[in-house]
Design a protein around this ligand. Structure first.
Ligand code: URA
Length: 195
C-alpha cells in the first residue's frame, strides 16, 4: 500500500502490526522534523526514551547527535527530518532483525517518496547497510557520498558508538563538514540565504 498524503501514511503507520515489535512497543516512532526538509537523517530504530516519547533520537545518543548537528546549523525542529529503519523499539535495544527491517522498510520508503530529500544521512552501520549498500563498512566508508536514485547518501558513525568510543567524535564532526559542503552545493532552502 502506498499513501499519497503524509497524514494518511502516519495514521496507518501508527497502527502497524506487521511484525512482533508491535507487541512490546509503547509507541510507534514515526519520525520528527520538517516534512519539507531537503536533508533526512535515518537511524536504525527507537531506543527506550524514543519508545516512551514517540520521537526519534531523544535519548543520550540523540542529544549528542542534536548538538553536533547544531554545529553545522542543522536543527531537528527546523531544517531536517529524522526517521528510523524500524519504527518500533527492539526489546533490550538489540539490533532490528533483518525480517523486522524488511517488514518495516515500506513505511520509510513512503516517507522518502513524499518528502523527496536531496540528501540522506544514514546514521550507523545498520541504516547504512540497509539504505545504501549491504557491503558498506562504516569504519572505512563513513563520510563518503553515494548517489542512489538521484539522492545523495552519506553514512556516518552512530552517536551511540561515539559515546562508547569518544575518539570517534572528530571523525563524525568531519563527516558533518562534508555534509555541510554538500548542502551548500545542492540544497536551496536548508540554510537561510545570506544576501
Ligand atoms: N538510535 C537510533 O538509531 N535511532 C533512534 O531514534 C535513537 C537511537
Amino acid at each position: 500500500m502506498k499513501y499519497s498524503s503524509w497524514e494518511e501514511l502516519k495514521e496507518n503507520c501508527l497502527k502497524c502490526t506487521k511484525c512482533l515489535l508491535c507487541e512490546t512497543r509503547t509507541n510507534v516512532v514515526f519520525g520528527a522534523g520538517n516534512i519539507k526538509a531537503e536533508v533526512m537523517f535515518i537511524g536504525e530504530g527507537p531506543g527506550e526514551r524514543e519508545d516512551i516519547l514517540a520521537s526519534p533520537f531523544v535519548g543520550k545518543s540523540g542529544k549528542l547527535l542534536e548538538s553536533m548537528l547544531l554545529d553545522i546549523d542543522l536543527d531537528r525542529n527546523k531544517n531536517i527530518y529524522i526517521a528510523n529503519i524500524v519504527k518500533c523499539r527492539p526489546p533490550q535495544n538489540r539490533d532490528p532483525l533483518p525480517e523486522e527491517q524488511e517488514l518495516c522498510i515500506d513505511w520509510l520508503r513512503n516517507q522518502v517518496a513524499l518528502l523527496k530529500p536531496k540528501i540522506i544521512v544514514a546514521v550507523g552501520r545498520i541504516a547504512a547497510m540497509k539504505i545504501i549498500d549491504p557491503s558498506i563498512k562504516i569504519t572505512k566508508d563513513h563520510g563518503i557520498f553515494y548517489k542512489k536514485k538521484k539522492i545523495w547518501m552519506m553514512p556516518t558513525i552512530h552517536p551511540a558508538s561515539i559515546l562508547r568510543n569518544p575518539s570517534q567524535k572528530s571523525l563524525v564532526a568531519e563527516d558533518l563538514l562534508n555534509l555541510k559542503e554538500k548542502i551548500l552545493e545542492i540544497c536551496t532552502h536548508t540554510y537561510p540565504k545570506i544576501s
